[in-house]
Design a protein around this ligand. Structure first.
Ligand code: BGC
Length: 519
């Protein structure tokens, strides 16, 4: 750590101040960023399963999927252009999140959210009015840029506004907004698919403007965070803001910590080379592996392509969209399980339980599909009951993800980085997540065509790997203050080797040890 020890004298947990209505409302507006992200995840699959949309923009896919069930069902949606419609958004998000991190630091969180909202608004307008594939993809790219900005600034904003002890809960609140966004998209697709005249998809795509307006207008009235004000030299404004959001005059200790933290961050010339030092190896590995694993659960196969997948297994259009609504609602409710248990049961138990449940469900879904479609992909008559059982197991799988890898895939990386590598670590996590989201979105329909039901076994294999990984390598982080996290790594049977005694410079080691032993 450059410049020696940073001692957070009072410990982040002990700063006075409760959750105020003001903070609650600002956080609510800011988390509409999660809504935008979720809406986009959920909307494209439903739209691409609508005949009017397919026949207009992707006529060859439309002809393929209209062919009768004597053709290979696994391949009926296989088109790189069609997947590009979904995946282009994530490449744009990946690239723009680097630019967004500078804007967020130099101009503040709120202007970054504003930039995200405006770009997003433009993207939804272009998509809703699209007359050709180019407009569709251009719209998706603009949405992606918006998401890059929102995903960079909103989580930061939330954790800086929230009192420390509510940080974990608010972090999962962002994930909850993502799931609500996905669900809203599923529901809207279900409603618009039946609009006469075949222009329902325009409504689906155009309605993305609603969360975009909330965040655009909202960001104009949102105050900037104390951290960001200090970072940009507005010390008096920062103090006033702290008094306002904590509703107490007693802000000196927290203010002191923020100033120290900001000075610390500024004193580091090369945060990117910092994170490459040996002692940060555990965090660097987690920053890369956790988001990769989160995507390799295969969740976005369901989130992006559920309606397409349900159509593949033999449902009609309406039943497919209805099934997506069901898995969407399971996703929202199961997230509450995580909110309620994450600080009591701990992260590891949720990961291990969720992983096991996902594994069993994936093996069952793969096998049920194999029994019906075999390797030829030609359906033997599939009864509605049979297809409904598949949907049921998909819901088991979604629920398990929603209380494990969904929220924890974001929460755990956000709480394991010490201050001096936090921004670099967070950027790596976001970018790796977007990269893998892109890859899965782009290759899924082709992979389904080639791997067939084996695709479910493929993801099940990854779930085994990640669950064993968690069991062996991920220490428990529940209730451990971030500034004391280094001791958790030091005590770990494997990661301990990377951390020397000199690397530990926590303010009060005894207290810290005590906290960790009690956790
Ligand atoms: C993941 C998304 C996923 C969503 C599902 C998020 O945590 O990052 O890729 O679609 O959860 O709820």
């Amino acid at each position: 750590m450059a410049g020696g020890t940073i001692v957070l004298t009072s410990g982040a947990k002990e700063h006075p101040g409760k959750m105020t209505l003001f903070v609650f409302l600002t956080c609510l507006v800011a988390s509409s960023g999660g809504l935008i992200f979720g809406y986009d995840i959920g909307i494209s699959g439903g739209v691409t399963s609508m005949d009017s949309f397919l026949s207009r923009f992707f006529p060859s896919v439309y002809r393929q999927q209209m062919a009768d069930s004597s053709t290979n069902q696994y391949c009926k949606f296989d088109s790189q252009l069609l997947t590009l419609f979904t995946s282009s958004l994530y490449v744009a998000a990946l690239i723009s999140s680097f630019l967004a991190s500078t804007v967020t630091r130099v101009f503040g969180r709120k202007w970054s959210m504003f930039a995200g909202g405006i770009t997003f608004l433009l993207g939804s307008a272009i998509n809703g009015a699209a007359v050709n594939v180019l407009m569709l993809i251009l719209g998706r790219v603009l949405l992606g840029i918006g998401i890059g900005f929102a995903n960079q600034s909103v989580p930061l904003y939330l954790s800086e506004m929230a009192p420390a002890k509510l940080r974990g809960m608010l972090n999962i609140g962002f994930q909850l907004m993502i799931t609500i966004g996905i669900f809203a998209a599923n529901l809207i697709n279900y409603g618009t698919a039946s609009i006469e005249g075949g222009w329902g998809w325009r409504v689906s795509l155009g309605l993305a403007a609603v969360p975009a307006v909330i965040i655009t207008v909202g960001s104009l009235v949102l105050p900037d965070t104390p951290n960001s004000l200090i970072e940009r030299g507005y010390d008096e404004e920062a103090k006033a803001m702290l008094r306002k959001i904590r509703r107490t005059e007693d802000i000196q200790a927290e203010y002191g910590d923020l100033v120290a933290a900001s000075a610390e961050a500024k004193s580091i010339d090369h945060p990117w080379s910092n994170i490459l030092q040996r002692r940060y190896r555990p965090q660097l590995c987690m920053a890369i592996l956790i988001p990769s694993f989160q995507q390799l659960t295969g969740i976005n196969v369901i989130m992006f392509y559920a309606p397409v997948l349900f159509k593949t297994i033999g449902f009609g259009s309406e039943a497919s969209l209805a099934s997506a609504v069901i898995s969407g609602i399971v996703n929202v409710f199961a997230t509450f399980v995580s909110i309620a248990t994450v600080d009591k049961l701990g992260r590891r138990k949720l990961f291990l339980q969720g992983g096991t449940q996902m594994l069993v469900s994936q093996l069952l879904v793969g096998t049920l599909i194999a029994l019906k479609f075999g390797t030829s992909g030609v359906a033997t008559d599939m009864s509605t009951n049979y297809a409904s059982i598949i949907v049921l197991f998909i819901c088991f799988y979604v629920a398990a993800f929603a209380w494990s890898w969904g929220p924890l895939g974001w929460l755990v990386p956000s709480e394991i980085f010490p201050l001096e590598i936090r921004s670099a670590g967070q950027s790596i996590t976001v970018s790796v997540n977007m990269l893998f989201t892109f890859i899965i979105a782009q290759v899924f329909l082709t992979a389904l065509c080639h791997l067939k039901f084996g695709l479910f076994y493929f993801f099940a294999g990854w779930v085994v790997i990640m669950t064993v990984f968690v069991a062996l390598f991920l220490p428990e982080t529940k209730n451990v203050p971030i500034e004391e996290i280094v001791l958790v790594w030091k005590k770990h049977w494997f990661w301990g080797k990377f951390i020397s005694d000199d690397d530990i410079h926590v303010g009060n080691l005894e207290v810290a040890k005590h906290t960790i032993e009690a956790a």
